[in-house]
Design a protein around this ligand. Structure first.
Ligand code: C5P
Length: 396
């Protein structure tokens, strides 16, 4: 664990909150900076004063505390963290997270953050077993939230079974192990995703139909194998994954600059549907209809990010490009692999009849120096899992 790691610890309102005092003590002993956030219910179980004393810093409680919002609002709390830990994660907090509620500081922070989130659930065994909690848990895991516990044992409510919050030492170990397990641990992977928007004037732009679904699934799958993922996305229609370093860009030129700034990386997966051209003229005002007639838009070529990375003196060891084709898929993709200088091309047929662009499934061919492999039509998440496993093999 990095000694200067910054953890924001959200303490939920359950009897297990008392264990957080020890958790803070153990984390601080390892040099971790802990910023505590208490829910209203948590203050029934631990006092802000004892939490602040152990954390050696102020406790944050109120979304509408003007002093806090000026100095350390929910966005700033997220920015100033490497990891958000929720302990105990009560059934109510999990439901709020899964539903995207934002009615207090803790839930607003959890909705606003792009940092990895680790939760340590704790609740009565019947609440843990309830279908609503099972659903919420599955949704949170699909969102990339890491879950530790709960353990089985005697419960404060007099019952026995799963529901006890993990012990502080177990939570500390889970925090320390983050990114150090899995075949891609210690590896940095750059993933581009989504469309780009190329402005015509301040209110109009040129775009394409990419949803960002395949790139997002690849980023999640690489993260799940332990990679540090740098995710550079255009304005996609689906949400970015959690637990990755997120960079939102609009234009191809911004995407190139962000990718170059991310180097060095071990591998790059360029799944973005980058616009080939941008508008050459710089319209600083909205183009108006008028007697001057229909405007002529002059286009200028965008940089090829994939080719630039392949020719770079910090070229990643493995560069994977994509080829969206509407005919002669394998022949065009094989030529593209050679032209761009990348190691692999993931090729697919995006003719409207396939329903692939913007859909949930993909049928791809993996083009390597060994030739072409045809993968069956699969959900985009499974294409991503397969590709991530192949990347892990190649980087091993
Ligand atoms: O040339 P084409 O757009 O078909 O190439 C597709 C591949 O190249 C994708 O991996 C895409 O992300 C990447 N690309 C790029 N920069 C561009 C155009 C495409 O990185 N300007």
């Amino acid at each position: 664990m990095r000694p200067d790691m910054r953890v924001t610890l959200i303490i939920g309102g359950g009897i297990a909150a008392y264990k957080c005092l020890d958790l803070i003590r153990q984390l601080r002993a390892l040099g971790v900076r802990v910023t505590p956030v208490l829910t209203r219910a948590a203050t029934q179980f631990v006092t802000p004063m004892s939490v602040a004393a152990l954390a050696g810093t102020q406790v944050h409680q109120d979304l509408f505390d003007l002093k806090d919002e000026a100095e350390m609002g929910h966005i700033q709390l997220s920015r100033a963290s490497d990891l958000i830990v929720v302990a105990p994660a009560t059934a109510d907090l999990m439901a709020k997270m899964a539903g995207g509620h934002a009615d207090d500081l803790a839930s607003t922070l959890l909705l606003a953050t792009d940092k990895p989130v680790l939760i340590a659930p704790a609740m009565n065994i019947r609440m843990w077993a309830h279908p609503a909690t099972r659903r919420n848990l599955a949704m949170l895991q699909a969102d990339g939230v890491q879950v530790i516990g709960p353990n089985s044992g005697d419960m404060a409510c007099g019952e026995y079974g799963p529901g006890r919050m993990s012990e502080p030492a177990e939570i500390v170990a889970a925090i320390a192990a983050r990114g150090t397990s899995g075949p891609l641990s210690g590896k940095r992977v750059l993933v581009t995703s989504g469309p780009t928007h190329e402005p015509i004037d301040p209110v109009r732009y040129i775009a394409n139909r990419s949803s960002g679904a395949q790139g997002t699934a690849i980023a999640s799958a690489l993260r799940d194998l332990g990679a540090e993922v740098i995710f550079v996305t255009g304005p996609a229609t689906i949400p970015a994954p959690q637990g990755v370093t997120l960079h939102r860009i609009e234009t191809a030129r911004e995407m190139l600059a962000t990718c170059l700034a991310a180097l060095p990386v071990d591998a790059a997966v360029m799944a973005a549907a980058v616009a080939d051209w941008h508008i050459a003229s710089d319209f600083t005002q909205k183009i108006k209809k008028g007697p001057q007639g229909i405007p002529e838009l002059k286009l200028s070529e965008n940089p090829d990010i994939l080719a630039t990375l392949c020719a770079h003196d910090q070229r990643p060891r493995l560069v994977v490009g994509f080829a969206a084709e509407t005919e002669h898929v394998i022949a065009h993709a094989t030529a593209k692999r050679a032209r761009k200088g990348c190691d692999w091309i993931v090729a697919n047929d995006v003719s409207p009849a396939t329903g692939i662009m913007g859909g949930h499934e993909n049928a791809v061919h993996l083009i390597t120096d060994q030739g072409s492999e045809d993968w069956p039509r699969l959900p985009k998440t499974q294409v991503a899992t397969r590709l991530a496993a192949r990347i892990a093999q190649a980087l091993a």
